[in-house]
Design a protein around this ligand. Structure first.
Ligand SMILES: NC(=O)c1ccc[n+]([C@@H]2O[C@H](COP(=O)([O-])OP(=O)(O)OC[C@H]3O[C@@H](n4cnc5c(N)ncnc54)[C@H](OP(=O)(O)O)[C@@H]3O)[C@@H](O)[C@H]2O)c1
Length: 222
């Protein structure tokens, strides 16, 4: 995508939302390129993730979020999208970890646009092993999963984990991280339509295991 430069100002293509609603509330438009503060980075987005929080902001639900500052009648942030991956376009004067041309991913503002703003602290260099599309679905959901397991859960070896919503954005990472870190000897998972499995991770049951079958359905009954 090419950003349109004019003598008077610089504009870019973006998905814009002026009212709450379903995906019909979104439309493609041209808006001004956002300005960055000293500690911020302007990222040319190659991919954007769609996390549950962005869905909340599109619909304006739960309503409490509107009172909490999201915008009462319509979203304050007209360009949605938080998760992003892309290439650094420019950096603020106080930014030290990134330079123009770096491949980055993280959490920003207005990711559903050609250019988006992110604080330096909310970005990381993109591993070469990840595509932009893969990297863009990591930051919010995987970060939340990591916080749940480590900062909040403080899991230790041998502890069990019950993952409610294991088929979701956050839960999928929780299952993988718990397995990867070997912090839990048992992982129980649950979602509204999929299985409840105890004694083994639901996504990688051992062959010949005597653990309960992941195909045991338990709709909405964790
Ligand atoms: N505070 C934060 O920073 C933060 C960040 C990220 C997420 N969150 C919150 O964390 C929650 C999960 O986020 P997410 O991205 O993982 O959402 P998601 O992708 O929509 O996943 C929701 C999960 O919950 C399951 N589920 C829904 N209703 C259920 C029920 N009645 N009983 C059992 N399971 C049920 C779904 O199962 P099915 O797929 O089978 O329906 C799915 O696995 C959301 O409320 C989100 O707002 C908070």
């Amino acid at each position: 995508m090419v950003t349109e430069h004019t003598a008077a100002f610089t504009r870019m293509r973006a998905i814009v939302q002026t009212k709450y609603g379903d995906s019909g509330a979104l439309h493609l438009d041209r808006v001004a390129v956002p300005e960055i503060a000293d500690g911020q980075v302007l990222v040319r987005t190659h991919a954007a993730g769609l996390d549950r929080g962005t869905w909340h902001m599109m619909t304006g639900k739960p309503y409490l979020m509107r009172i909490a500052g999201m915008g009462f009648k319509g979203p304050k942030d007209r360009v949605p999208g938080r998760d992003l991956a892309g290439i650094v376009e420019s950096v603020g004067s106080a930014v030290t970890r990134f330079a123009v041309g770096d491949e980055v991913y993280g959490i920003g503002r207005g990711a559903f646009a050609e250019l988006a703003v992110a604080s330096e602290a909310k970005l990381a260099h993109k591993p070469a092993s990840l595509s932009f599309e893969q990297a863009a679905v990591v930051p919010i959901s995987a970060g939340t999963a990591l916080q749940a397991l480590t900062d909040q859960g403080r899991l230790g070896a041998g502890q069990s984990v019950l993952v409610i919503g294991a088929s979701g954005g956050v839960g999928g990472y929780v299952v993988q991280l718990a397995k990867r870190r070997s912090t839990a000897s048992r992982r129980s998972t649950c979602s509204s339509t999929t299985s409840v499995a105890t004694g083994t991770p639901v996504r990688s049951p051992p062959t010949g295991s005597s653990a309960p079958s992941p195909s045991t359905t338990s709709p909405r009954s964790c």
